[in-house]
Write a protein that binds this ligand. Structure first.
Ligand SMILES: [Zn+2]
Length: 124
């Protein structure tokens, strides 16, 4: 592990690498979620799709916050029972997953809306 990882933004960078990008395909009227390194193509028909860039919804930051709080709770409190520690961890991870999947759903809905209005503009 490099020293850089321990400095500052390691957590955020890890998160960003896991993040997805959204593309809208006017052919299928669908939003696809792609890994950030994937080519911008529709997952359904394979045609090139337009990338939709949106601000992350609050649920995303809630997910980040929950994990940070969970890590802090585990670091600060010495919990002798392993089972209890696991429960705390599961609770925070579960809550974080809940928020991040909610956030992704919100993001996809917004991307669909934006993609549709853009496609409309193009045809008009
Ligand atoms: Zn398509």
């Amino acid at each position: 592990m490099s020293l850089n990882l321990l400095k500052g933004n390691a957590f955020y960078r890890t998160w960003a690498r896991l993040s997805v990008k959204l593309v809208y395909c006017s052919n299928c009227d669908a939003v696809s979620t792609l890994a950030s390194l994937e080519r911008e193509r529709c997952q359904t028909c394979g045609r090139p799709a337009a990338r939709i860039v949106l601000r992350r919804p609050w649920q995303h930051w809630a997910a980040v916050g929950v994990i940070a709080i969970g890590a802090a709770v585990l670091l600060v409190n010495y919990l002798p029972e392993v089972e209890f520690r696991l429960l705390v961890l599961l609770f925070f991870v579960g809550l974080s997953l809940f928020f991040s999947s909610w956030g992704l759903r919100v993001l996809k809905d917004r991307a669909l809306e934006l993609g549709r209005s853009r496609a409309k503009e193009e045809t008009e």
